[in-house]
Structure formats: C-alpha cells, structure tokens
Design a protein around this ligand. Structure first.
Ligand code: BG6
Length: 516
C-alpha cells in the first residue's frame, strides 16, 4: 500500500497550534443543552475529543436550559445520552467520567435576565475551580429565534467583553436567516453586540473530512488544478440526497423547505470549495475571501429562468423493500395540503474566467432512493480522431467522482481497451476509499469544529458575507417559488426524484448520476 499522506493544516492558528495539542483553557457554555443537537452530536463529539486527549485539564461545560433538574440529575441525563450515542461513540468510560465531572447546569429560560446573572456567577466559580482563565465559548444550540436574544443578553451580562487576553466567542447554528434580507439583518444585529471575530457561524458540512478533502484534492496535488477549468470540464453535478424523511421535524421543515434548509448553507459550501480560486494561504480570511468571490460570481436566476432552471418537488407515499413510506403531507406536524418542497434542483452558472460556460447542477432531497452526497466533475470528451476508423462507440467522458457520504471515496472513470483482438473501448474506474487508508473513525463531524472554535481558528466557520452570498443565490428562487403559478412536482418516496429534474439535465444532453 502507498504511504499515508501527511495531514494538511488549515487556519491562521495552524502555525501555532498543532491539531495534536489539547485546546486552550476554556468553558463551553451550551444553550439548549437538553436538546437534540447537544444530545446526538455535541456531547458525543466532546467525548471523542476527550478520548483523543484534545481537551485541556482546564476545561468545563456549563449547560443552560429550561429543564427542572438538579446538578446530579443533569449529569445523569448526559450520562444516559452518552450511552445512547452508541454508533458514534468512540470514547471510553474513563473519558466519559472525566467529562461528566466537569459538567454543571444553569436552569433558566433564554429570555430571563436573572438566568444570565446566575450563568455569570457559575462561570466565575468554574474559572476558580478549573483555572479556565475567563475564556468562554457560548454555543447556541437553540431555535433560531433565540440567536440574537441570547447574544444580546450575554452582552448585557458583560459576558462578551474580551479583556486581558480572555476570549469570548459565540457559535451560531443554522438556519442563519430565512432569506437574504433576514440574514443581513441578523448579521447587523449580532455585530452590534459582538465583533465579527467573536462570531462562529457553523455549517456542519465543514466538519466532514471529505468536504474538506476537496481543498486538499485540488490544491495539494499537481495533476488536478491544471485541468480544473472550462477548457477541460464539461459540467459539474452536486448532489445531497437523503433517504430520511422529515422525521420529528415536520413543524420546522414545513415552514422551511428543501431549498432554505440545504442550499444556501451546505450545497453552496460544497460548490464554493469545488469552484473557488486557490487562496494565497490557508488562513481563515484567505480561504473565506475566495469562497465569497466565487459565490458572488453566480448570477442570480431571473424570474423567468427560475421556471426553466429550477425544480421544486415533494415526496408522495412510496415503498422501499416492501416497507410502505408515507407521503410528506401525511407526516406529523405537516399541513395536509402543504406546498412545501422536499426536493430542489437547479442549474447555475459561475461567471468568471475559470468557469464561464460550465453548468453546475445542484440537487437535494429527502426520501430518495439512497443517501448520497457527492460532487461529480465531468470532463470533456476526448476528440477520438484516433478511433474514428475503428468504429468504436464514443466511450463515457472522464469523470471524477468525489463521494462525501455515506461512502467516503474518490474515483476516476476513464476508458481502457478491453482485452481481445478488436479495439473495444470500455469505461473503467480507479478508486480511493478513505476507509482503506485511514480506517473508520467514529466521529460526529463536530469534533474539529468544536476544537477549532475553542482555539479561535475560524477557518471552518462562515463569515457574515459568505452567508449573505449563499442567500443571494437562493433568494430569487424562493421568491419565484412563492408565486401560485410556480409548479410543484411530485416523486414517490424511495425514488430517484422527480422527472422534471431529469429533464433539467436532459435538455442539455446530460443525465444525473444514479443515486445508488
Ligand atoms: C441539516 C438539515 O442542516 O442537514 C437537515 O437541517 C438535513 O434537514 C441535514 O437532514 C443533513 O446533514 P447530513 O450531515 O446528514 O448530510
């Protein structure tokens, strides 16, 4: 087997902090500590970090939430959560106990000023007991309507002031706004109480190794970058397909839809990494500047173009392996006549020198035939003059397929001569699988993000202008879809998606890669 490549360090802190060192002293304060995100992802991620010895001795977690729990009951609940996190559990019992011994709870409503005074007192106590040095990372694992309220109240309780080298940071989850105007407003409002460097806007796709690997693939290898442009690339497909439906989130989802839920954040992030220019360094701002630039190069779709270049659809009932799956309108807390899309596809352009004329096709949906997140780079056909006389069929174009999940792999499709006396050209595949080289790590995807936020490395977090750039692309489509004339298509649960989405590519002479 080839030797394992050395890890690449991102971020401006990378010079000073190696990712094998524990994070600096700090207290992590989790708002919404009894919610689903903390339970399923944040605590298991902390447990994994503890196992990797990446949390410092001077560390503590303060949970902030509404539950009527004593300190002991709170710890028991988190202990039970950790035990439930089986698939993602990588830590050992000793690390779980280490973590639990550093937990405390402040019981409060997010809107109760007294709660923040009690939080300030709890933090002073933790600073004394754990030598955490007044460094606080506030993680807003709350509903979006509390992002601003909590941050403002932290400001009023004087918990955001960074004096004498103390760091005070706020991690904001998605969704960040509902459209361009509300995202702008939220950015403006947050910046009244905290500086941009204190705000860490999360996109959990940046915690996925394979998403980050797009950067390494492009910029740490000599062979891809020279062909990564309009001269060699024919078109690009970005897919984020899920088999899950809306589960228990019908209430949120029915007011959100696939476009808002996935495209401005995750799909735009993957597109930005795929299409950005090489940054001058891997410092947070250099990388983020290039990402914003490429998002700004996407011309917003006009109202008429939306009708042609964007597809919205909703799943109906279906059957997968003999199991009946209900339609979206039958899901809990979804309006029976809901017009919300659970699938969105669109064709975008990137109007710059590198990409002019290369279509980018994006699709995302729930209850599809397979879970599959991937980027497919389809290269132009070879001229094939050599084989003209040999009456061979035009072989498939070269294709680079970067699979992000569930399989983590990169494969290259190219033509080879099939054995035999006649010249027969067949497509064959060369494939690298993460698992084969690096094994399977039980990670949640939040480990790196939490660790980086503790260390003040913002390179994997979104700057305000990136969020707004993502919304600029999507907002015209949202507006067009609000028209009663905008058609909603349907697809059976467990299928490859709506026919209209296939048509979108067929018109240009292409087809989607099959999901399975
Ligand atoms: C979230 C969306 O941001 O991403 C969910 O709100 C979606 O609706 C999820 O299911 C997908 O994330 P992943 O990591 O499973 O691809």
């Amino acid at each position: 087997m080839s030797s394992i490549p050395q890890p690449v360090q991102f971020g401006e802190a990378a010079d000073q902090i190696s990712r094998s060192q524990p994070a600096g002293p700090c207290v992590l304060v989790i708002f919404g500590v009894l919610g689903d995100l903390a339970k399923r992802l944040l605590f298991p991620a902390l447990w994994n970090l503890a196992r990797e010895r990446l949390l410092p001795e001077q560390f503590a977690v303060v949970g902030f939430g509404r539950g009527d729990l004593s300190q002991q009951q709170f710890r028991e609940q988190i202990r039970a959560n950790l035990q439930d996190a089986d698939g993602r559990r990588a830590g050992g019992a000793a690390e779980a106990e280490w973590l639990l011994s550093r937990l405390s709870f402040v019981q409060s409503d997010f809107t109760d000023a007294d709660g923040y005074q009690r939080l300030a007192a709890a933090l002073r106590e933790v600073d004394q007991n754990r030598a955490t040095g007044g460094n606080y990372l506030f993680y807003l694992a709350t509903a979006p309507e509390f992002f601003l309220e909590v941050t403002e109240r932290l400001g009023r309780a004087d918990l955001l002031r960074q004096t004498e080298g103390r760091s005070r940071r706020v991690v904001v989850e998605k969704p960040f706004g509902r459209d361009l105007a509300s995202a702008r407003q939220l950015n403006r409002d947050l910046l009244r109480v905290a500086a941009e460097e204190q705000i860490y806007r999360i996109d959990h796709y940046l915690g996925k190794e394979t998403v980050l690997n797009i950067l390494v693939l492009r910029f740490a290898n000599g062979i891809f970058e020279p062909v990564w442009n309009r001269r060699y690339i024919d078109h690009v497909q970005i897919t984020v397909a899920e088999t899950l439906g809306v589960e228990a989130r019908g209430g949120y989802y029915d007011h959100t839809g696939a476009l808002r839920d996935m495209v401005p954040s995750h799909l735009m992030q993957v597109l930005a990494l795929t299409a950005m220019e090489p940054p001058s360094s891997f410092s947070a701002d250099a990388v983020r500047n290039e990402q914003v630039k490429v998002l700004h190069a996407i011309p917003p779709l006009g109202a008429r173009e939306c009708g042609i270049c964007a597809v919205r659809a909703q799943y109906t009932g279906g059957e997968v392996e003999g199991v009946r799956l209900r339609g979206y309108r039958e899901e809990e807390r979804v309006a029976p006549g809901s017009e919300t899309e659970t699938y969105a596809a669109m064709k975008l352009a990137v109007d710059n020198w590198r990409w002019a004329g290369v279509p980018f096709y994006l699709r995302t949906g729930k209850r599809l035939a397979a879970r599959n997140t991937e980027v497919v780079i389809q290269f132009r056909h070879a001229p094939l003059t050599l084989f003209r006389a040999a009456s061979v069929e035009l072989p498939s174009a070269n294709r680079l397929r970067v699979r992000i999940q569930p399989e983590e792999s990169i494969s290259l499709l190219f033509a080879a001569k099939a054995p035999g006396p006649r010249v027969t050209v067949r497509p064959v595949e060369m494939r690298f699988c993460y698992r084969d080289y690096f094994g399977q790590a039980g990670q949640t995807g939040y480990e790196t993000l939490l660790y980086d936020a503790m260390n003040g490395d913002a390179s994997l977090f979104k700057r305000g202008d990136m969020i707004e750039a993502g919304w600029s692309v999507v907002t015209p489509v949202l507006e067009a879809w609000e028209s009663p004339l905008s058609p909603l298509c349907f697809y059976p649960a467990g299928s490859e998606g709506p026919e209209a989405s296939n048509e979108l590519l067929k018109r240009d002479g292409y087809q989607w890669m099959p999901l399975k």
